[in-house]
Write a protein that binds this ligand. Sequence first.
Ligand SMILES: NC(=O)c1ccc[n+]([C@@H]2O[C@H](COP(=O)([O-])OP(=O)(O)OC[C@H]3O[C@@H](n4cnc5c(N)ncnc54)[C@H](O)[C@@H]3O)[C@@H](O)[C@H]2O)c1
Length: 311
Amino acid sequence: MPNLEGKVAIVTGAGRGIGREHALALAQAGASVVVNDLGGSVAGEGSDATPAQTVVNEIVAAGGKAVANYDDVSDFAAAEHMIERAVERYGRLDILINNAGILRDRMLVNMSEDEWDAVISVHLKGHFAPLRHAAAYWRERSKGDDDVRGRVINTSSPSGVFGNVGQANYGAAKAGIAALTVIAAQELGRYGVTVNCLAPNARTRMTEMTFGGLEAPEEGFDPLDPGNMSPLVVALCADEAQDITGQVFFVWGGSVNVLIPWEDGELFPSDAKWDADELLAQLRERFPEGAAPAGMMAMMQKAGGQSMRAR
Ligand SMILES: NC(=O)c1ccc[n+]([C@@H]2O[C@H](COP(=O)([O-])OP(=O)(O)OC[C@H]3O[C@@H](n4cnc5c(N)ncnc54)[C@H](O)[C@@H]3O)[C@@H](O)[C@H]2O)c1
């Protein structure tokens, strides 16, 4: 395992599920960890200090270093406080894992304004706010002689990169997070910071419905164990990964796909402005069966190659 001794990490939403596994794995690799979690419901209602504190207790009991933090990542000032807390407590910040999230699924025709706003806020602003404050911190450090090796790992979703029915709010936020990753990687490289992104798959309280039919096997490897997501996080945090940035990693079980972003697909070249009739005729000719997205499950099977085997 890469040695992260002396590094300081924040993991948001680390009181449960995938974030908890990231926090345990980073601590096991030697990092001091700020375990952030607001502790609300899957829908983002309420708050509770227990999840974050329980993970801190687990890390400390295993001989690691950790402190709890209960800030709401979607609150700009609270996110700044979280970054300051890491620096105050451990003297520095090296790693930011943006992972906190909620769900309020609904078909578009029925989705309320609150359902849209809450999900966009926790995911998209909840990634931007900690990233913004951490980036300012790293820029300051890079002005001195400090050899900054900052790490940001964001959390997108198959829903964001492939699209999923019933998750217009969530998928839009998660697609935004993938775009944020690419832009932040371009902006922060000059300060010594890499920015990457996961599109995870795991059995947690958030996916009980989605993966309901996929129970953990009684023995052997469980592809949906949330712990499967964390080796990639630890690897990307190693000093040796200093030149791997701006990538979105789809992870299913033991398989990791480095996704190819929007590619130039079918080209309809013209040296002049298209005539709409002519362009429509060309579209009909090139797409005799029409053109529509394949859907999330089909794309996941193509990407991971594992989802069929897990069934
Ligand atoms: N489980 C999957 O298969 C899957 C798939 C794709 C993406 N994801 C993403 O992975 C991340 C982790 O999800 P999970 O499955 O572990 O879910 P989870 O519900 O087990 O964990 C999410 C944690 O985030 C915390 N949280 C929510 N809002 C917060 C806020 N405003 N501030 C601080 N903490 C907050 C919650 O209290 C919770 O403990 C999420 O971003 C999720 O969208 C998960």
